[in-house]
Write a protein that binds this ligand. Sequence first.
Ligand code: ZN
Length: 100
Amino acid sequence: MQCPQYQNENPPQAKFCLECAEAAQYEAEALQHAALVAHCHLGLGKLFELTSKRQEAQDHLTTATTMYREMDMTYWLGQAETEIQAETEIKELSSCRIPF
Ligand SMILES: [Zn+2]
């Protein structure tokens, strides 16, 4: 998919691009919305997995997991809803507007 904001090419399975996900993370941190920051790390981890950047993916997924644990959101881990919720919330903040 191509991001309408940055015009960059991304893996077809990606729901948002790296630039928009990072912008969303920055915005979430500014809002001090910890759950959303964790979602962004999860989303970035999945995005890096799609681009086969294993180390970056691992770093973001580890950060997301740690944050979920610290926020006592462990029940989210391993649940399919986590990914859906994260993508929805990131899309709300980011400029990527990709129809499902
Ligand atoms: Zn984008």
